[in-house]
Design a binder for this molecule. Structure first.
Ligand code: ZN
Length: 708
């Protein structure tokens, strides 16, 4: 699995979160799934199959421009069309992509830089440093399709044999520990994390898991689209079994077994909206209590074989899942479990297996689920796998090439301005009492900033990377990550750690750390541009910073205090007023549709929508503070206020396939790009003033929602 994000981590963009959506979906290429963590997308930017249809990004396009504007549109009628209409018309989705937007453009450019680094690192020249050797050989092994094809399933044979040779159900525990160590996320997740109520303590964590489709709902819903997807999933599982050498009859039976077992796990899983509530996923218990949830499962064997250090306390995100798992292990025969584990092994490694597996995997997870029509070129996938698995080794080289000290400094200045603005906003809101305001300000001032890249780079020296062993490399890198996570148990929290790699075009707020994090990858045009006026930069990276800060005070973040502990610091009246305002936002976004009858789930996207609305407001306040009372000249015919909103709209310019939108509203905590822009400006009196909109126009909400 690609890099997994902690359960509470809140980021700005859907690219990675799309990934996040599919915790159990993704075939492997990254660290093992950790409890309560989610995996990145099926490389949300699937890409071209041949250089001919590659998607080059000209450096010149990566900056704010009024060329994106559709001047025939009225900003007060459809601001998204106004800000993005021309861009949308001129930037169709490449066949290998499920969506194409300004985030993707920058992501592509960063990927090009990584590509150059890896092509050079892959040359087996004498004198390569240790980091260059690791990333270069990892990439070279991944790119060697001829070798991978000629080996067939041989590299996986020892793993397949272990499953085949299981003698009894007592052996399942040890086998699951072994698979989890190798990055195969079967049945449940196990790892470590900060205790939600004592953020200074790292304890063991166990969570639901074990599904092959992106969410429990895909197993449980009965609308025609869900039924159709389920049929296609079973057909896909069957074909993977056939490719592994089973007869069609046997493969068909086995696929039905997989669906049956996964459906039982899905029924026992907590739904995605509930999982956003940190109270619902907090069940700290002793190790003995945990083991009693499934007394027949040999937990001692699992824990010993997993390599976890001795521990006494564990958070079980959803205990009912483990009770149901106990019943299911009891009732299904051993052979069914062997089938299930074999599927998850093949599924998890599919991206690095011979071409026939890769193509079949793309057919379901790329074509069917996201609508992409062609697979991305191999090099893009291998770049992403390297980023997923050896991310801070590759990221170190990326930073050397792209990010200077001035990048850090200018970002810190923006952060200071945004923190000040949010502080003023908190003091000004009418609905909150002084007592809660003071606590909110304490929390705001306790937020720490991480900019660009880690102070201390992760040391991969213990990971053996071989030039001729793509699958082995992936499993060893996964094992490194799994061990790294488990070794945190009982140790002091590492506050310098990053959950995203430096080239990532995204940013996040971590409520348990109470910090905001901006990878080098996003601190570039069009988000931040030295050549541009303040209005454009505040509408770009300024709004992103405001978004992340506001996450500390959204429906989820507000439940954590300044120290990152799940502890209620609100008066009951203030909490009630907050909930009332949040309900307004949830209703507003739930009214948006992405396909006939398919609505945005405003409860799932509530935290992100709150952060967008708050971020847009406080970044405007910070801009006004920066510009002062002096009248500012128009640029390109627009006032600074107008350019601010245009820059905000423009970073979300995007084309999406319907399949991708359906997947997004089912699984992603971010609303589609268009709705994020329209939802926020409809609530903004400053926007309406900037474009002289009047009551009754579509971009003026009659019932504007305001939390922050
Ligand atoms: Zn966010």
């Amino acid at each position: 699995m690609p890099k997994n994000l902690p359960i509470f981590l809140l980021c700005v963009c859907a690219l990675m979160a799309q990934a996040q959506s599919s915790q159990q979906t993704q075939p492997k290429s990254g660290p093992a799934a950790q409890p309560g963590k989610t995996a990145p997308a099926q490389h949300s930017a699937p890409v071209p199959a041949s250089p001919a249809n590659a998607t080059p990004v000209k450096a010149t396009t990566l900056k704010f421009s009024t060329d994106t504007i559709d001047r025939t549109a009225d900003p007060c009628v459809d601001f998204y069309q106004f800000a993005c209409g021309n861009w949308i018309k001129n930037n169709p989705i490449p066949p290998d992509q499920s969506r194409w937007g300004r985030f993707s453009e920058l992501q592509e450019r960063n990927r090009e830089v990584l590509h150059q680094i890896l092509e050079e690192a892959a040359k087996p020249a004498a004198g390569r440093d240790a980091i260059t050797q690791k990333i270069g050989d990892y990439y070279a092994a991944c790119m060697d399709v001829a070798a991978i094809d000629s080996q067939g399933l041989k590299p996986l044979e020892p793993e397949l044999a272990r499953i085949r040779d299981l003698k009894d159900k007592a052996g399942l525990a040890g086998e699951l520990a072994h698979l989890h160590r190798g990055g195969v996320p079967a049945l449940f997740d196990f790892g470590s994390g900060q205790d939600a109520k004592n953020s200074g303590e790292v304890i063991a964590q166990a969570d639901q898991g074990g599904l092959g489709m992106p969410d429990r709902d895909y197993y449980l819903k009965d609308d025609p689209k869900s039924v159709e997807l389920r049929q296609k999933y079973v057909a896909h599982v069957q074909r993977i079994f056939e490719l592994s050498g089973e007869t069609p009859e046997r493969a068909k039976t086995d696929a039905a077994t997989v669906l049956r077992l996964e459906t039982e796990l899905a029924k026992a899983s907590l739904d995605r909206v509930s999982r956003r509530d940190p109270v619902k996923t907090y069940h700290r218990m002793s190790r003995e209590e945990f083991e009693k949830l499934d007394p027949d499962f040999r937990w001692s064997a699992y824990i010993t074989d997993s390599g976890a250090p001795p521990f006494h306390s564990i958070n079980v995100a959803w205990p009912d899942f483990f009770k149901a798992m106990a019943a299911e292990i009891q009732s299904a025969p051993l052979d069914d479990w062997k089938t299930y584990l074999t599927w998850h092994l093949l599924h998890s490694e599919a991206s690095l297996l011979p071409t026939r597996f890769v193509d079949e995997n793309f057919d379901f997870y790329g074509k069917t689920l996201t609508g992409a029509t062609e697979q991305r070129p191999r090099w893009k996938r291998c770049v992403d796998f390297t980023d997923d698995q050896l991310g801070e080794a590759l990221g170190r080289k990326f930073v050397e090439r792209t990010f200077g000290a001035e990048g850090k400094e200018r970002t810190l200045k923006m952060v200071d301005a945004l923190e000040k603005a949010l502080g003023q906003d908190i003091q000004q809101v009418s609905w909150m009492t002084e007592a809660t305001k003071q606590k909110a300000l304490v929390k705001l001032h306790a937020i720490t900033n991480k900019i660009g890249y880690p102070d201390k780079w992760r040391d991969y020296s213990s990971v053996q990377i071989r030039r001729d062993d793509a699958i082995g490399n992936a499993m060893r890198a996964d094992q490194f990550e799994f061990e790294r996570q488990l070794n945190k148990i009982g140790k002091p929290v590492d506050r310098g750690e990053w959950e995203m790699t430096p080239p990532t075009v995204n940013a996040y707020y971590d409520p348990q750390m109470n910090n905001i994090n901006f990878p080098a990858g996003i601190l570039q045009p069009p988000f931040y541009d030295n050549q541009m006026d303040d209005a454009v930069n505040f509408g770009g990276i300024g709004m992103v910073i405001g978004h992340e800060l506001t996450h500390g005070f959204d429906d989820e973040g507000r439940q954590f205090d300044a120290q990152g502990n799940l502890q209620d610091w609100w008066t009951p009246e203030d909490a009630k007023e907050f909930d009332k305002r949040e309900a307004c936002i949830a209703n507003e976004y739930s009214s948006f549709t992405v396909a006939p009858g398919v609505h945005v789930n405003g409860k799932l996207t509530l935290g992100e929508d709150t952060a967008d609305n708050g971020g847009l407001k406080v970044a405007m306040m910070a801009l006004m503070e920066r510009l002062g009372a002096q009248p500012q000249p128009k640029i390109d015919g627009f006032t600074p206020e107008q350019r601010y909103y245009l820059a905000f709209g423009e970073i979300w310019c995007e084309n999406d396939r319907e399949e991708a939108l359906r997947l997004q509203v089912n699984t992603n905590p971010h609303a589609p790009a268009k709705d994020r822009v329209i939802g926020a400006v409809r609530n903004s009196a400053e926007f309406q003033k900037a474009f002289s909109c009047h009551a009754g126009q579509p971009m003026v909400s009659a019932n504007a929602c305001h939390v922050w």
